[in-house]
Design a protein around this ligand. Structure first.
Ligand SMILES: [Zn+2]
Length: 444
């Protein structure tokens, strides 16, 4: 027996200290179905137009019919998991003239499906897609506007993720969210972020999916493995004091949205190594917008997940042929195998975050003019241990870590604070981690 004990002990330490793989994550990847995504995108396209200002009475055409179908789909999924989803509309009335794209009063209606967490019911990770579509003129709400890629793909991916993940139980809550009013000025996201704030929801972040189905780029590149993760550097809500502190202690590229982007990057590289996630260090495409932004505006972490190679002749276009080019966001251009992959990327990150513990609320760092960097942090419920991450100041990813067990402070011997950035993540019993928390306090 005495020969086995150290071995068992060593194995225990090893299993805790290494990046664990949870085989359920591979099941989730495999369960996402390209066929079901194709079927859902087709259904959404067949509503003719899903323009935010379009018909709401017809059962077959317009955004009203589309949102009723999305809600009924979530309800169907819920009834096959013992009512595991809370499904409802979240609405805001926007008055004519609010901006130039609101040419009449309109109720912007989001569809919300909440899979309630068993341990942290008020902690949420969100996946979103958009319900609405548009053609060349943003106020044209009657012409056919299939919006197959922009953004039935993101909406269908969100529905499909709920089908797959509703078979599991999670510690934190997951929200599957269909947002409206995106093309009219990000109204649905604005309304939903305000609703979340009013309810006092603890939002880990939003994975906003906007165009996850095009693999043939206007740049001539065809790739079904590349995709982009957009994240802003620091929250727009930071205080003057925080801004000043950044100048002396760092953090210019380490805001909460950026940590969420790194999390998605890492989970993808761990479980779907064939994919090529590109972290883009900006809020969104140059001068363009998406529905994660209103969440960022409200102080929540949020990123945009999307194809790497866009095709502008297939976005926001009247359906037509001009100089031999077929314009329009039609079904034929969507690659469903690719949409499946990006849906899997979302699903495994939702699962990993919802199975993992929350990040430490406070992380303090010290070690000025000393040979060692020191960290201490507030412990979180449900963590079996913590990982200290660090990286070169020029590196985009958390390249080094040390698992330090169930403690609340640690000294990294011989690691000089000046030459790296540091952070702390909480680790749960199945090896799932929180996003990395960047230090928010300094001690001497
Ligand atoms: Zn769009």
């Amino acid at each position: 027996m005495k020969n086995y004990l150290p071995l068992i002990f060593a194995f225990f330490i090893l299993s805790l200290s290494q990046a664990q793989t949870d085989t359920r994550i591979y099941d989730i990847i495999n369960d996402v179905s390209a066929e079901r995504i194709e079927s859902d995108v087709t259904t959404l396209v067949n509503f003719g137009t899903r323009h935010t200002l379009s018909d709401t009475v017809s059962q077959t055409r317009g955004i009203g019919a589309a949102r009723r179908w999305i809600k009924s789909e979530f309800e169907k999924i819920s009834s096959s998991c013992g009512d595991c989803l809370e499904v409802f509309y979240q609405k805001n009335l926007i008055e004519k003239g609010d901006n130039a794209r609101i040419v009449k009063d309109v109720e912007v209606v989001n569809v919300v499906a909440i899979q309630r967490g068993t341990k942290f019911p008020n902690r949420f990770i969100i996946m979103s897609g958009d319900i609405d579509s548009r053609v060349s003129d943003p106020t044209n709400y009657t012409s056919d506007s299939p919006g197959a890629n922009d953004n039935a793909s993101g909406m269908a991916g969100t529905i499909e993720a709920s089908r797959v993940l509703s078979k599991y139980k999670f510690e934190s809550s997951i929200i599957y969210l269909g947002l409206s009013g995106e093309e009219q000025g990000l109204y649905g996201g604005k309304g939903m972020a305000a609703y979340a704030k009013e309810k006092g929801w603890d939002i880990v972040g939003i994975l906003n999916n906007d165009m996850i189905g095009n693999i043939t780029g206007v740049d001539g590149v065809v790739s079904n493995r590349d995709f982009r993760i957009f994240s802003e550097p620091v929250p727009p809500t930071e205080t003057e004091q925080q801004r000043r502190a950044r100048r002396f202690y760092g953090g210019e590229v380490d805001g909460i949205s950026r940590q969420l982007a790194r999390y998605v990057y890492k989970t993808t590289k761990t479980y779907m190594p064939e994919m090529n996630p590109m972290m883009i260090y900006r809020l969104d495409r140059f001068g363009r917008g998406g529905h994660h932004r209103p969440f960022n505006d409200a102080g929540f972490a949020g990123i945009r997940i999307m194809e790497a190679h866009e095709n502008y002749t297939q976005q926001h276009q009247d359906i037509r042929v001009e100089d031999g080019i077929a314009y329009g966001d039609v079904l034929e251009h969507v690659n469903f195998g690719y949409a499946k992959k990006l849906t899997s990327v979302n699903a495994i990150n939702l699962a990993s975050i919802a199975w993992g513990p929350p990040a430490p609320e406070t992380v303090e760092i010290g070690g000025i003019v000393e040979p060692n960097a020191k960290l201490r942090w507030s412990k979180v419920e449900g963590a079996v241990g913590y990982k200290i991450y660090w990286r070169d100041t020029t590196s985009p990813t958390w390249d080094n870590y040390k698992y330090v067990g169930d403690v609340s402070e640690h000294t990294l011997e011989g690691i000089v604070i000046d030459n790296f950035f540091f952070g702390v993540a909480a680790v749960g019993k199945d090896g799932h981690e929180s996003p990395v928390a960047f230090p928010n306090k300094v001690f001497r």
